[in-house]
Design a protein around this ligand. Sequence first.
Ligand SMILES: NC(=O)c1ccc[n+]([C@@H]2O[C@H](COP(=O)([O-])OP(=O)(O)OC[C@H]3O[C@@H](n4cnc5c(N)ncnc54)[C@H](OP(=O)(O)O)[C@@H]3O)[C@@H](O)[C@H]2O)c1
Length: 258
Amino acid sequence: MDLGIKGKVALVTGGSRGLGRQIALSLAREGVNVAICGRTKETLAATSKELTGLGVKAASVVADVGKPSEMDSLHKEAVRQLGPVDILVNNAGGSISRAGVDGASLAEFQATFDLNVFGGYRLMQLCIPHMKQQRWGRIINIASIWGREYGGNVGYMSAKAALIAATKHAGVTLAKHGILVNSIAPGSIEHPEGGWEKFKKDNPPEVVKAFIEKNLPMGRFGWPEPVGDLAAFLASQRAGLITGACIVVDGGQSITII
Ligand SMILES: NC(=O)c1ccc[n+]([C@@H]2O[C@H](COP(=O)([O-])OP(=O)(O)OC[C@H]3O[C@@H](n4cnc5c(N)ncnc54)[C@H](OP(=O)(O)O)[C@@H]3O)[C@@H](O)[C@H]2O)c1
């Protein structure tokens, strides 16, 4: 299937490892030129090399999405290197404190929103003018099943829920401009140096086995390719009628029926 996005420019935050790396690779396989950001120069360089190996242009920018004030310079540098952003993927995110409301400080709660919501929100604002002008744009926000139902810690769950809500609002608001805005809610996805790989290393096999039996109907952790390929589809010409949606990729893990 030709996704019809060859030659477009994407910016993928947290694109050097994990789900972000896979999203960048899936887009590059469709001929999209990809800018990635992260906090570590070395992993950015390694992934950039993989991207250029697929025959597209790549740019890597050191930037911390948890510091929304850095988003203007990130956007400027990505545009300088590759041109205006047609496809924005707000992927970087995660937890700051694992505690509940009786343990996580207000500063930690706020920092979780900086990382999962406010950085991406600023990037949406920076990318929208060009998308509006050309009457075409795609924004994909990486949320979590734990933004749709109970799970994880209080900051993460609340921030991902806010991201899903902001996605729906942006999708409706921007629909008339040809800009589609969707979120993806992954379940527990394992990848090198990711949280679930660490969970497996840090816990005895019986604990890991019990977690899998209780939570993962497929009997195994998820893997990044279905998330990357879904992001590429949502970024494509073919996704024309999909906006404001939150699409689950979790191997049946979530409890909700909607
Ligand atoms: N993996 C899962 O099971 C799962 C499930 C549901 C939702 N998600 C969501 O999917 C997204 C990606 O998850 P992941 O497991 O791939 O994440 P990850 O392993 O924590 O991070 C992967 C990438 O994000 C970058 N990154 C992390 N913090 C950053 C920051 N503050 N600023 C810029 N880049 C940053 C990392 O590079 P540096 O470390 O060099 O910065 C790396 O490139 C997140 O939003 C996460 O909440 C993941």
